[in-house]
Design a protein around this ligand. Structure first.
Ligand SMILES: Nc1ncnc2c1ncn2[C@@H]1O[C@H](COP(=O)(O)OP(=O)(O)OP(=O)(O)O)[C@@H](O)[C@H]1O
Ligand SMILES: [Mg+2]
Length: 256
C-alpha cells in the first residue's frame, strides 16, 4: 500500500540515483543499493560526507567496499549487504554485547546495529592508538572510513603482501593484539591474513564488526582463536610466540 511516506521515500531515492555520480556505472549486484542503502547514501551525500562514488575495492558476501571521494580526499565506503550478510552470526555476536541490548530483532535492525558496532569498534581501536582505518560516519548499513592505500591502489591484504621482514610484522601484530585487549578493551574476533592490510611498512587491522568487548563471555576464546590464526599464517614465515603463554599474560588463564 502506498502512502505519503512511501512516496516521499521513493522521491528521495530517485533524486539520489541522479545525484550520486557514478552510481549507474558501478554495475554491482542489485541488492547493494536497495532502498535503505540508497537512503543511507543519500543522507551521507547531502551532509557532505561523500561527494562522488568510485569503483568497488572489494565485493563479497557480507559487504562491498567502494572507493569514494570526499571533497578531493579518497574515502572507503563499506556497504553491508542487507540480503546476503550472515544475519544469524551477527545476532550471536551482538547478543553478548552490552552496548547493543536494545536493538530490534529484524534482519535490517541487526545489520544496522552491526554497522554501528563496526564504527564504534574502529573508533575505540583508533583512540587506543591502533592502526585501523579511522571511522568517519555511518548511516544505516553504510560506513564511511579512511581509505588505506595510495593513488595507485588500496593496501593489499597481508596474504598478498610481501613485507621484507615477517618477524617484525608478526611482533608488531602481537603488540597490536595486546594493546587492543589492554587499552581498547576489545578482541578482534576474526583476525586473519584477510582482515589485516599491509602498507607503508605496517599492518592495519580492518573488518571489526564482530569485535567484542572484554565483558563478552567468549572474549578469551576469541582472543585465543585470533592468536592461533596469526600463528597459523606466520609460523611458516618466522618464529612465533606460544599462545598459552600470551593468554596467561593477557587473561591470567588459558581458555579451553
Ligand atoms: N578502509 C579501507 N581502505 C582500503 N581498502 C579497504 C578498506 N576497508 C576494506 N578494504 C578492502 O575491502 C576488503 C573487504 O573489507 P572487509 O574485510 O571489511 O569486508 P568483509 O566484511 O570481509 O566483506 P566480505 O566478507 O563480504 O568480503 C578488504 O579485504 C580490503 O581489501
Ligand atoms: Mg573481511
Amino acid at each position: 500500500m502506498r502512502d505519503r511516506h512511501t512516496d516521499k521515500f521513493d522521491k528521495q531515492v530517485d533524486e539520489l540515483r541522479t545525484k550520486i555520480k557514478g552510481l549507474d556505472q558501478l554495475k554491482v549486484r542489485d541488492d547493494v543499493f536497495d532502498e535503505y542503502t540508497l537512503l543511507g547514501l543519500y543522507k551521507l551525500l547531502t551532509k557532505g560526507w561523500i561527494s562522488a562514488m568510485g569503483g568497488p575495492i572489494s565485493t563479497g558476501k557480507e559487504a562491498n567496499v567502494y572507493l569514494a571521494d570526499r571533497n578531493g580526499t579518497p574515502v572507503a565506503v563499506k556497504i553491508y549487504l542487507t540480503r546476503t550478510a550472515n544475519f544469524k552470526k551477527m545476532l550471536d555476536y551482538i547478543a553478548g554485547d552490552r552496548r547493543f541490548i536494545n536493538i530490534g530483532k529484524s534482519r535490517r535492525d541487526v545489520i544496522f546495529a552491526w554497522t554501528r558496532k563496526e564504527y564504534s569498534n574502529l573508533k575505540r581501536a583508533k583512540e587506543a592508538g591502533i592502526r585501523v582505518p579511522e571511522p568517519l560516519v555511518f548511516d544505516r548499513n553504510v560506513l564511511v572510513m579512511e581509505y588505506l592505500g595510495d593513488e595507485s591502489r588500496a593496501f593489499p591484504q597481508l596474504r598478498l603482501a610481501e613485507p621484507d621482514n615477517f618477524q617484525r610484522v608478526y611482533d608488531e601484530l602481537i603488540e597490536v593484539v595486546k594493546n587492543l585487549w589492554k587499552t581498547a578493551k576489545l578482541v578482534h574476533g576474526d583476525l586473519s591474513e584477510y582482515n589485516i592490510l599491509y602498507g607503508e611498512g605496517h599492518p592495519y587491522l580492518i573488518d571489526m564488526g564482530q569485535a567484542v568487548t572484554l565483558d563478552h563471555l567468549n572474549a578469551p576464546g576469541f582472543l585465543k582463536r585470533d592468536l592461533e590464526q596469526l600463528n597459523r599464517f606466520f609460523s611458516e614465515r618466522c618464529t612465533v610466540r606460544d599462545v598459552p603463554g600470551l593468554l596467561e599474560e593477557l587473561c591470567g588463564t588459558s581458555p579451553q
